[in-house]
Ligand binder design. Sequence first.
Ligand SMILES: [Zn+2]
Length: 210
Amino acid sequence: MTTDHPRSHRRSRRRLLRLMLVVGAVGVLVAAAVFAVPQLLPAGPRPLFQMPVGCGETWQIGTYPGHGEYDVDFFPLDGDPWGQPVLASYAGTVTVAGINGSLGGRTPDNPDGPRGRGGGYWVKIDHGGRWETQYLHLLEPPLVEVGQRVAQGEQLGRIGSTGNSGAPHLHYEQRRGWEKVETWFDGQPSGITHDDAEYTVRLTSNNCPA
Ligand SMILES: [Zn+2]
């Protein structure tokens, strides 16, 4: 009788292993359905994005070779760029509020300090319908936190030069699903459509209290 025990143990171990494999496979399928399927659905209509800067202000927005297709840099035409408010382009939920890459050491008191890597202090907002916006190189830790609902025009942070940034400015992107798209403001395309050359346009913000 005792010789039967090892065999039945082996059988039950095999059964347990099979069960664990099935449970694991089902888990992977469920995870794929929950996370991947929403990404395959068509994007919703474009939100009525506004410029991420103060109501009525005119800013120079531009790009340069190698910057990234559709990526936009914001420079104010008036006043010191350091510390100017960065505003949500549209209502949504904060999905990132932290550090991308490394901060470096560029501050208002030391504007030529060591350059960091990546986006520095940054914020990403999910606007629903697979639309999102990103705000990079902020001066300080963002004023919002992950999971927080923000309104259009709500302040996210202040303009700085953290990360890989030469001078204080806001690096800004709009994304639809996985793809970056041309930035639109107040229902109009910005005109920053490629990064084959250095060029700028001037736009006035209509990110005004409702
Ligand atoms: Zn940039």
